[in-house]
Design a protein around this ligand. Structure first.
Ligand code: GLC
Length: 797
């Protein structure tokens, strides 16, 4: 393939917005472009070429099928279908992979919770849709197969999964013996393979399910022994059983398991048949029997699919917009909230990049993920907050990450920022619901005893207050938001200026909660601490043109013009503004420095210049190559805060530039498909920066704080719709070329139909607001109980 060809974006994909789908025209994308299919319990990751894996609840301990991540051949295996034409002796895969036989036509698409493939070869057309429904814990493979030729076709359809050992780390470490504790049986009566993971010393044997692999009909053959199905020195691309045309009906009591089912079908010219395959779980054989019976009902698959569609429409229906810019509109309406929801579910656990081995639930990450989900699912958000607060100790600090499903010991390193994040999430719950009672709900501390949520938050703030460094800023501890900073604060003396700003945000929000609860003294105390930190930020942290980032153990500043590396750090500028700590002139100056020194055409770098040997060539702050990862890359998560900061400063054009340049399809177009590489429909965690020779390479897509914060930046700050105690605040900050925007936002059981008109092309500022024809005096639309619909007309000016 020549270079031009592999960079031609149109040859890869397009969006079908009415269907909320991204459609693929070729399977050979630069990296696997994946989707998550899940009902919250049974999960599958699936790529545009059919690779991927299934797991039940936890990819650490209940991984059902095997996936080899970045090893070559990439993106294998997956839940595969093979179609074999008896007369021709030829076989192919509707997903293109793994057989890779040239097809007469092929396409695939990811939608909300499903992935589908269309493929045709030698007169046979297949349409294959994978999804996880809510009626059973199973991956449903719905295959429609049609004979478009003039001759009767004798076909064998094979469905195949490679079972792994459920505990992925154990598999890597000690499969040699442990694999003889797994089995695959064939249960004749139900026509189902059943995989049993019986390994001793697994963490939760009583919660470990059996896995079934069956269909809506009794198969004509099966295999449970991978070696029998695949054969020696072969792979999933050319299994022996398929080449020979039949399975050998193997079962397995110890060894390398798989699930393979064979169905022989005869198709007359023009005839179409449907075959549904189910890969699912049940706790007992009886459960499995019931589940299979239910799945074989005539309407089961259709019902499950309709429900899936309806659920997503109702979910996304909480906020939909019509905007002058289709790429922004597409992100806001569909892909960004979809990605954010997946982050909420999976934290940073498993993707094509994250192997699902150790990350569990990250305290910091999940606290932020919750923020975007509050308008969509407030109850699930509250539950997640309570889960997090259950990891807090009585002194206020928290576990860094933890494993509620696996039951493993948490990671207990103490970071300066972790415990502060829930203040924002709880504050948002209160603002969204207009209800203070959540603050009174009791949650137990990790080290025993219980307290109201308000008290948990208070403890968090107290912890920071009692861990200040020599300059009065919060001690860095193990790190702040930036995981790398421990390297200049190992001795425990270093301070985080950024955490001071984060602390500032949380103090203000807590003061508001305290006032609403009538705790006036608490509110005053929070604000007085805020003032102290604010003074430090404006004096000690100010470097002349920007804010410094941290104080290192040796007392020197990080992020100052005095050094030749890492002079300026993005977060210290954006949060100075977000916290309202920075004096006005300093706010503008700091954000101007961001624009001048950090912004690129592919996003804003996290630091400048990148580090090579700073502060000590023998012990540099980071070993990341310049321009990559935490060192001078465009860290998308941190870019979102620049958008928010610019909106707070009223500079809609700059905010929009920052927003738009990271829309994945826009960034991909600019960088080139083979430079950008990751999915064009979801955000990546970072892009290599200009100091790398692969500037624009996107990394760690899907699971990133970028998803939640980008959504907050665009909906709450650019479109400017924020929930407040009294009602909905309308405070747009738009690019001047946008003359109009329409947003439907569901808020406290009322549908707000908001139309923003900006004929005069201002970046911020409102001339008038009408609600149901009545002129408002404030830009907060007071919530009225019982109102189900409000028509809001906003004239900017
Ligand atoms: C990664 C981590 C996140 C951290 C960020 C910056 O995205 O998941 O917790 O804040 O890197 O270091």
């Amino acid at each position: 393939m020549n270079l031009q060809d592999r960079n031609n974006m149109e040859s890869y994909f397009y969006f079908k917005d009415e269907e909320r789908e991204v459609c693929f025209k070729r399977h050979d994308t630069p990296t696997p472009w994946i989707n998550y299919l899940t009902n919250g319990t049974f999960h599958t990751i699936l790529s545009q070429a059919g690779g991927g894996l299934a797991f039940y609840r936890s990819p650490q301990i209940w991984r059902i099928s095997r996936y080899r991540f970045f090893h070559l051949p990439t993106d294998r295996p997956g839940p595969y279908i093979y179609i074999r034409d008896g007369a021709l002796g030829e076989y192919w895969s509707p997903a293109y992979e793994p057989v890779e036989k040239k097809l007469d036509s092929w396409s695939s698409a990811h939608g909300m919770g499903y992935t589908r493939f269309q493929a045709a070869k030698d007169g046979v057309n297949s349409e294959l849709t994978y999804f996880v429904g809510e009626l059973e814990n199973s991956l449903i493979w719905n295959l429609k197969i049609k004979n478009n030729s003039s001759k009767t076709k004798q076909l064998s359809i094979f469905a195949y999964v490679e079972f792994g050992m459920m505990e992925f780390m154990r598999e890597l470490q000690w499969q040699c013996y442990n694999k003889h504790q797994v089995s695959v049986e064939y249960l004749e009566e139900w026509g189902s393979l059943v995989y049993k993971y019986g390994v001793e010393m697994q963490p939760k044997p009583d919660e470990t399910p059996l896995v079934y692999f069956t269909a809506d009909r009794i198969p004509d053959g099966f295999d449970g022994d991978r070696e029998e199905f695949v054969g020696s020195y072969r792979s999933e691309a050319n299994p022996n059983a398929i080449e020979q045309g039949s399975c050998s009906n193997s079962t397995l009591a110890g060894g390398d398991p798989c699930g393979a089912l064979q169905f022989n079908i005869s198709l007359d010219p023009g005839e179409e048949q449907t075959l549904n395959i189910f890969l699912g779980t049940g706790m007992t054989e009886e459960d499995i029997r019931k589940s299979i019976e239910n799945s074989r009902r005539d309407t089961f698959v259709e019902e499950s699919f309709i429900k899936l569609k309806e659920n997503w429409e109702s979910y996304l229906g909480k906020l939909q917009c019509t905007l002058p810019d289709k790429e922004t509109e597409r992100m806001v309406n569909t892909w960004n909230p979809y990605q954010a929801q997946r982050n909420f579910l999976f934290s940073r656990n498993i993707s094509f990049y994250a192997t699902g081995t150790f990350r569990g639930v990250g305290f910091r990450d999940t606290s932020q993920d919750i923020l975007s989900q509050i308008p969509f699912d407030i109850n699930a958000s509250k539950d997640k907050i309570k889960l997090l607060l259950g990891q807090q100790y009585k002194d206020g600090h928290v576990n860094h990450y933890f494993f509620p499903t696996e039951g493993w010991e948490p990671v207990t390193t103490i970071h300066s920022d972790d415990h502060l994040w829930p203040v924002w999430s709880v504050w948002s719950v209160v603002m969204e619901s207009g209800d203070l009672s959540f603050l009174d709900e009791k949650v137990t501390y990790y080290d025993g005893g219980e307290a109201a949520i308000y008290e948990h938050l208070q403890k968090a703030l107290e912890y920071t207050k009692s861990h200040l460094g020599p300059n009065g800023f919060p001690l860095m501890l193990r790190s702040d938001w930036n995981d790398q900073l421990f390297r200049v604060c190992r001795k425990g003396k270093g301070e985080s200026i950024w955490t001071s700003m984060q602390y500032g945000v949380m103090l203000t929000k807590m003061a508001e909660l305290a006032r609403l609860m009538g705790k006036i003294e608490d509110a005053a105390a929070f604000m007085s601490t805020f003032q102290q930190q604010k003074e430090l930020v404006n004096s000690i942290a100010w470097d002349g043109k920007w804010f410094r980032r941290a104080v290192m153990d040796d007392g020197r500043f990080l992020g100052t013009d005095e050094h030749d590396q890492a002079k300026i750090w993005l977060n210290a500028q954006t949060w100075a503004v977000m916290s309202q700590m920075a004096d006005k002139d300093k706010s503008f100056a700091a954000m101007n420095s961001v624009k001048e020194m950090l912004d690129t055409e592919l996003g804003i770098k996290k630091i400048h210049p990148s580090i090579t040997d700073f502060p000590d060539p023998k012990d540099p702050l980071t070993n990341y190559n310049p321009g990559t990862g935490e060192n001078g890359a465009v860290f998308c998560h941190a870019n979102t805060w620049a958008i928010i900061a610019e909106c707070l400063l009223g500079r809609g054009d700059i905010a929009y530039k920052y927003y738009r340049q990271l829309i994945p399809e826009i960034a991909m177009k600019k960088a080139g498909v083979w430079r950008y590489k990751a999915e064009p429909y979801v955000y990546a965690s970072n892009l290599f920066g200009p100091e790398s020779d692969r500037f624009g390479l996107a990394n760690v897509s899907w699971l990133s704080g970028t998803a939640a914060w980008m959504y907050i930046a665009v909906t709450q700050y650019m479109l400017g719709i924020r929930s407040q105690w009294e009602g909905l605040l309308i405070d747009p900050c738009l690019p001047v070329q946008w003359k109009q925007a329409k947003i439907d936002r569901k808020f406290r059981e009322c549908n707000y139909e908001i139309e923003i008109i900006n004929e005069s092309g201002v970046k911020k500022g409102i001339m008038s607001i009408e609600v149901d024809g009545e002129i408002q005096t404030s830009n907060i639309i007071k919530h009225k109980n019982g109102r189900e619909r409000a028509v809001v007309k906003v004239i900017m000016g």
